[in-house]
Write a protein that binds this ligand. Structure first.
Ligand code: ADP
Ligand code: MG
Ligand code: MG
Ligand code: MG
Ligand code: MG
Ligand code: MG
Length: 701
């Protein structure tokens, strides 16, 4: 999270009068960077992931798993390790550098990044998993014997009141703690001044504690609080936010959201225009990847009726006042603001003519003074509006020592606003005094329990960005539909049960799909093909990660979606109103990822086409295929999401009482199982395929 420079943090009452100063200088700083960088090109792809971990502390005698609050001590060791030359000899040959470790919001959390960013060439992609494993191994070696690093998105028992959930035990202090939470104590938050200040200032600005509600999953014996009634289950499509009068899980602190772990990918573009194009193309991809990576089915000791963290984290930092939220008429505040500062992207930013006004069909407040200033400086309206939109927000944390800055040598005021606009995609301008250029960050994904999965999703996203650039793909669709997808993506079992909007007509007008060489796939008769909706869980163990499924698309098993994409067939889509050929259609995740039976190649189709266009050796192709297959089969529903796996583990646990409760004992067994899966000692073919062995790709480790 942003900068961690030391200083004296100001309260909200002290920060508020500085807001305009910080915004003004933030824009000056951005413009200085703009002038330096607007025409610079030629840096090329470098990219890196961020993986977040929870440190769990186990008491095997009592069968208890707790969140270990030793972040400060552990990080001190990890950061000095980074400088330890003796580590070099354990470094996998394919890793570029000793990794780096960072603090995160929760005092039980760690973040790791590669020591040096990866390149995009395929042989470097197959080293990503080894790098991630190296990081995990370094963390492990610096924990106590009873501690383990887990890449769980949400700790199922964070904030329970029937037992301790931290080690050491902590207690809420609703009168004095920065969050005023009834459920979590101050010690859960990273002690660095930035974090408690952020927590307190969000609450102060909002005028009340944050109020987080996720629908409760209703089982046979679930206790339903008086006055509420269970929603009649409408298949798998219960809404991701609780309807009024229905039971929900209540949370009341930033820690419930910012204490979740995610997987983020940042990559550098050739120049600002490329960054803006890729940013736009990834906007509609964000909810799709949220659904595919969904990993958080339980909060505060109960099973939720959602599979993903997004609404929880959005509500956990929602600093909007009642006026801004539309609960009162605007009097003291300037804008009605439809979304939390942590939410999906509101505006496409590319100057591409395919970025049409009609895609901007939601209400987006913009700081018009900022927008005007940027336009007068020579920026185009699209980018000026984007920055103007970010700058409707107030700064949340300001240190008294850094109020006045050198606007040429610092981007701190700009970053103050930018880094607390937590959207699905982030457009990152170059830092000052650094060779690093324009970057884009992909931020929607939940962290996966194994580094195999984390590597797979990282590699997939990077290859997808290469395909977007190489083929000049058009993924534009109305932002309102992207927002609908964000909600749908969080619903229980969304990856299998739900349909999402996605653009079908993705190729540039002047090029026919044939040019993309997607036609080398085997043809199977449609009559023998199950449709994606009928795929069942029971098939999952049969998935074979054999290297026979090569990058040219020799796919097993065959379905109608594996047919030659040039074959025409009837469409299953429901176009929404758009110009002919410009529609977003409703499709299953299988169709969006693996292609439909018509002209839509799917995200995997364009990734395959990109790989086909490169000269990649067979061995590397096989290694990459292993990762892409995970995504392919998960999209088909033949491999389950982590959320489904965790939910199934809980509901099939002998101690589960069909009451939606994730007990201490279940949580302990789950945490142990998650670690065992990662190490490859507990098979989970339904999640990872039957060939997962818990080690990196051949030829690397
Ligand atoms: P954040 O501000 O999102 O917390 P971090 O510094 O934690 O950012 O992580 C940024 C990621 O970007 C890391 O994985 C890092 O390897 C990667 N990275 C570093 N330099 C570059 C670069 N020049 N281009 C692209 N990515 C880079
Ligand atoms: Mg982080
Ligand atoms: Mg980071
Ligand atoms: Mg950060
Ligand atoms: Mg307690
Ligand atoms: Mg990040």
């Amino acid at each position: 999270m942003g900068l961690l420079a030391l200083g004296t943090p100001l309260t909200w009452d002290e920060t508020k009068p500085l807001a305009e100063h910080i915004r003004n200088h933030g824009i000056t700083q951005f413009l200085n960077t703009w002038d330096r960088w607007k025409d610079k090109t030629g840096k090329g792809l470098l990219w890196g992931d961020e993986i977040e971990y929870m440190v769990a502390s186990f008491n095997d005698e009592n069968k208890q798993a707790r969140l270990s609050l030793r972040q400060t001590e552990i990080l001190e060791k990890l950061q000095s390790v980074t400088l330890d030359p003796s580590l070099e000899k354990f470094k996998p040959a394919c890793c570029a550098a000793i990794p780096t470790f960072h603090p995160e919001y929760g005092r039980y959390m760690l973040e790791s990044t590669p020591g040096f960013p990866f390149s995009g060439n395929p042989s470097s992609l197959v080293a990503v998993e080894a790098d991630m494993r190296f990081r995990r191994q370094i963390i492990r070696s610096h924990l106590k014997n009873h501690e383990l690093p887990l890449t769980l998105t949400a700790w199922p028992r964070l904030g329970v009141t029937d037992s301790a959930f931290t080690d050491p035990d902590t207690h809420p202090d609703p009168q004095k703690s920065s969050s005023r939470s009834e459920y979590v104590g101050e010690l859960l938050t990273n002690p660095h001044a930035r974090f408690p200040t952020l927590t307190a200032n969000i609450r102060s600005r909002r005028g009340s504690k944050v109020d987080i509600r996720v629908p409760l999953f209703i089982d046979e014996k679930t206790e339903i609080p008086d006055g509420l009634s269970a929603l009649k289950s409408n298949g798998h499509t219960n809404p991701a936010k609780p309807l009024s009068g229905t039971p929900y899980i209540h949370m009341d602190a930033m820690a419930f959201g910012m204490g979740c772990c995610c997987l983020q990918i940042t990559f550098q573009a050739w120049n600002v225009d490329e960054a803006r194009k890729v940013y736009d193309a990834l906007v509609p991809v964000a909810p799709i990847m949220l659904a595919l990576t969904a990993a958080s089915p339980a909060f505060r000791g109960k099973l939720a009726d959602v599979d993903a963290r997004w609404n929880v984290i959005a509500a956990s930092v929602d600093d909007r006042t009642e006026e801004e939220r539309g609960l009162k008429p605007l009097k003291n505040d300037r804008y009605r603001i439809p979304k939390s500062r942590y939410d999906s992207v509101d505006l496409y930013i590319s100057n591409d003519e395919r970025n049409k006004p009609e895609y901007h069909d939601i209400d987006v407040p913009v700081n018009q003074a900022v927008r005007k200033r940027l336009i007068e400086h020579g920026l185009d309206d699209k980018l000026a509006s984007h920055i103007g939109h970010l700058f409707i927000r107030d700064p949340l944390v300001q240190f008294s020592e850094t109020i006045d800055q050198d606007d040429v040598g610092s981007m701190d005021h700009f970053e103050n606003i930018q880094s607390t606009n937590w959207q699905t995609i982030r457009f990152k301008p170059p830092p000052v005094n650094s060779p690093i250029g324009w970057r884009v960050e992909f931020r929607s994904m939940e962290v996966q329990m194994t580094d195999f999965e984390n590597a797979a999703f990282s590699i997939f996203i990077v290859l997808l960005t290469r395909a977007i650039i190489s083929f000049d793909l058009n993924f534009y669709m109305p932002i309102s539909k992207v927002d609908e997808n964000m909600q749908v993506a969080q619903q229980r079992n969304a990856a299998v049960a739900n349909k999402f909007f996605f653009r079908r007509n993705v190729f540039p007008l002047d090029r026919s799909p044939a040019r993309f060489d997607l036609a080398s796939r085997p043809v199977s008769p449609p009559s023998s093909s199950p449709t994606s909706q009928t795929h069942s869980r029971n098939q999952s163990a049969a998935v074979n990660h054999s290297p026979n499924g090569d990058i040219n698309g020799g796919d097993v098993p065959q379905t109608s979606h594996d047919r030659d994409i040039s074959e025409s067939s009837s469409t299953c889509s429901t176009p929404i109103e758009m110009e002919a050929g410009d529609e977003a259609a409703e499709m299953t995740l299988d169709e969006i990822v693996n292609g439909d039976s018509g002209s839509f190649p799917g995200l995997m189709g364009v990734v395959n086409a990109y790989l086909n266009s490169l000269n990649v050796d067979v061995c590397t192709k096989c290694d990459i295929r292993r990762y892409l297959d995970l995504i392919k089969y998960r999209a088909k529903g033949q491999l389950v999401t982590p959320a489904t796996w965790i939910r199934d583990f809980i509901t099939s646990h002998p101690a589960y009482k069909k009451d939606s409760v994730v007990s201490d004992e279940i949580n302990y067994d789950l945490s142990k199982a998650v670690d065992e899966i990662e190490r490859g000692v507990r098979p989970a073919p339904e999640l990872l395929g039957k060939d997962y062995v818990g080690s990196g790709p051949t030829g690397c480790l």
